[in-house]
Write a protein that binds this ligand. Structure first.
Ligand code: NAP
Length: 444
């Protein structure tokens, strides 16, 4: 019975992933995920201590409900990072328990290798995800760490894995845990802000491999399969994101962080720029025949998507062509903007990905940039010393007029100045994205 439920659960997870890859089928994808998880929970009850499993589910479920109610949409990435850290920690604890409960005959080499690899990946996932959590919260920016230092710790870890496989003693396991925890810290501390999306996805992949490792340790087929699905899909997503940002995955994972402090410097104080009010923006928009709306993180924090949709609809009624341009890393998680625009019922056919919209900016009258910054920053193309150099951008600078809606002249997530604020065809519209867009709607 358990085997059949395992198989059905694995099939549901695969169907879930397949359906989640398109916005139109994503609800069905979620349903498959829920059904697969329900089968998995049933399997956990079959042949296990019912009361202990039940207590764990009640405690875990209560914490889950509390966290889900408290967390806002913009805090989701840091919550995901926090949850990844728990997967890593459980992998380490389960491997320790397996080691401690081994019978007097000791542990064979294969089991020792499973324990060592599970502990290594789990510990890296644990501390790495905690640092990612702090960075995504904005509580910690990072520090430079020389690459050779991380290489050195990686070599020590490799030696400790070999030592544990041969000796299977508690000293080598304790040292392996310690050095793997350290490597998790030192790998993520130097990662620059602009690379954090890739790192979150990479940690997702690590947590999948850690879960798969737990599956080997516990001889649980379902954990092996689902862990491998998460591990492989996280790795593929990281690769696709790196391609989208024109970065090498190896460069991101083994970052040295030399540009972290440099990028945080501001040099544009006291420069003059054009600023306008909601009425000025409404005037420009009303007289435009084509408008491209570029949402970013600020739209998410202020929840401006409904006001934007209203603005877009008014402009369309006026005969204006209205499109929405989405950068693959706009916001704080992949797909962040797509989800918010879908929530506001913006039609899918009006939403365009970077490659499909970039050529349209040159022929567009107004680019309305709402709470986006890094994803439009020309430094990514022009300044080789910039931490975002090489990342493709939405080329809003090519539009006849750019309206930049944000609260201040401050930098975005990567801490890099944006020269576009000072361009002759840019009008800064300073204020909260939602309130200001509502004012524009009233003025329209
Ligand atoms: P961004 O570069 O962080 O810029 C967002 C801008 O929104 C800020 O400059 C901020 O300026 C403005 N803002 C904040 N609150 C606002 C409000 N209430 N009303 C109006 N404006 C507001 O965001 P982005 O252009 O979307 O680029 C995303 C960045 O996040 C990239 O660097 C990316 O690498 C990184 N990242 C992405 C992901 C992902 O998966 N998508 C994950 C982690 C990190 P003011 O403070 O002046 O208002």
């Amino acid at each position: 019975m358990g085997e059949i439920l395992n198989l059905m659960s694995a099939v549901c997870f695969i169907l879930s992933l397949k359906n989640l890859s398109s916005a139109a089928t994503s609800i069905r994808g979620n349903l498959y995920g829920i059904i697969g998880m329900a089968f998995a929970v049933c399997v956990a009850f079959v042949g296990n201590n019912f009361s202990l499993s039940f207590i764990a589910i009640v405690i875990g479920g209560a914490i889950g409900i509390y966290v889900a109610r408290k967390i806002s949409m913009t805090q989701l990435p840091e919550m995901v990072a926090c949850f990844h850290s728990l997967v890593g920690l459980s992998a380490v604890l389960i491997d320790c328990a397996t080691f401690l409960s081994a019978d007097s005959k000791g542990i064979d080499t294969i089991t020792a290798l499973e324990i060592a690899l599970g502990t290594f990946i789990g510990a890296i996932t644990f501390t790495g995800s905690l640092i990612a959590f702090l960075k995504l919260r904005g509580s910690y920016r990072g520090h430079a760490i020389p690459l050779y230092f991380n290489m050195g710790i990686a070599v020590v870890n490799a030696l400790l894995i070999i030592a544990f496989c041969y000796s299977a003693n508690s000293v080598s396991l304790s040292l392996l845990i310690l050095f793997s925890l350290l490597l998790g810290l030192t790998l993520i501390v130097p990662v620059g802000g602009a690379d954090m999306p890739v790192i979150v996805s990479m940690l997702n992949s690590y947590s999948g491999w850690a879960a798969s490792g737990i599956g080997f340790t516990l001889s649980n087929d379902l954990l092996i399969i689902t862990g491998a699905i998460v591990g492989a899909s996280g790795a593929i997503l990281s690769y696709i994101m790196c391609k989208g940002m024109n970065r090498s995955l190896i460069d991101v994972i083994f970052a040295s962080g030399n540009n972290i402090s440099a990028s945080a410097q501001t040099k544009n104080k006291n420069r003059s720029f054009k600023s306008g009010a909601a009425e000025d923006a409404a005037f420009l928009l009303k007289n435009a025949s084509s408008v491209i709306i570029v949402p970013g993180y600020g739209m998410a924090t202020s929840q401006a998507q409904h006001a934007l949709k209203e603005m877009g609809d008014l402009l369309k009624k006026n005969g204006t062509s209205v499109k929405y341009a989405i950068h693959p890393v706009a916001g704080r998680m992949p797909g962040h903007m797509n989800v918010l625009l879908a929530e506001a019922n913006v039609p899918y056919e009006d939403v365009f990905e970077l490659d499909d919209i970039n050529s349209s900016f040159a022929a567009c009258d107004v680019a309305y940039v709402v709470g986006a910054n890094d994803v439009t920053n020309p430094a990514a193309k022009d300044d080789p010393s910039s931490s975002i150099y090489g990342m493709p951008i939405l080329e809003v600078n090519k539009a006849r007029t750019v309206i930049f809606l944000k609260r201040s002249m401050g930098t975005g997530y990567a801490g890099v100045e944006n020269e576009l604020f000072f361009a002759p065809n840019t009008m800064m519209l300073l204020g909260d994205a939602k309130k200001m867009t509502e004012e524009v709607v009233r003025a329209l």
